[in-house]
Write a protein that binds this ligand. Structure first.
Ligand code: FNR
Length: 185
């Protein structure tokens, strides 16, 4: 890897104490040095409406530009009613338009889902992958990351247990290799 890769991290929760935001920060902490992770906020984005495409809100435009400039995208999301949270779907839709100018196109991607529940946001993880197929985001298949019981992963200081740390580290190493194999050189 001859240069640092800029990884845009999208957190699917808007909650202040979000478990998924903690997971995203933990992933940044264990990522190989060649990856620079930064969270791209989505909570302020106006709801997507195709009528806005002629004169898009500034927040849509800057979000699209930020995604377009990234080398890769990493989604870290909870599950809402067995699917993708509305705020995340809104961000995906905004990035995908105007038609033919999707900011997501060909960005290598990866998906992590986390939930206090035992199936670790599997439904959201896979509904998200369905959109990524259409958006031509090559999404890493293995290793998968469904973090169940995720409310118990962090101690009072917000630190991860060693075993979880190792798992996330392995995930990020695989993602770094995925970006090299599937991204722009
Ligand atoms: C949830 N939650 C939830 N959990 C789950 O495992 N499967 C689900 O389908 C749902 N559905 C759901 C819907 C809505 C509207 C809310 C608000 C919550 C619980 C969810 O996993 C929990 O609130 C997590 O803490 C959310 O992640 P963050 O916000 O902590 O990152």
């Amino acid at each position: 890897m001859d240069r640092t890769r800029d990884v845009a991290v999208i957190v699917g929760s808007l909650r202040k104490d979000s478990i998924n935001r903690k997971v995203a920060n933990a992933l940044a902490g264990v990522a190989p040095a060649a990856l620079k992770l930064s969270i791209v906020e989505i909570g302020h984005l106006p709801i997507y409406n195709q009528d806005g495409d002629d004169a898009p809100p500034a927040a849509w435009t800057s979000f699209r530009e930020r995604i377009r400039s990234a080398d890769a995208v990493l989604f870290v999301t909870p599950e809402h009613n067995r699917s993708v949270p509305a705020a995340l779907k809104n961000a995906i839709d905004i990035g995908s338009r105007p038609y033919g100018k999707s900011a997501w196109n060909a960005k290598p991607g990866a998906v992590v889902s986390a939930s206090p529940g035992s199936i670790g946001g599997f439904g959201a993880n896979h509904h998200l992958r369905q959109s990524l197929v259409f958006l031509n985001v090559p999404a890493m298949q293995q290793p998968e990351a469904y973090l169940g019981g995720a409310d118990k992963l962090f101690d009072a200081e917000g630190r991860l247990a060693d075993e979880s740390c190792r798992n996330l580290e392995g995930f990020m190493q695989a993602f770094a290799a995925w970006i090299e194999a599937n991204g722009k050189s």
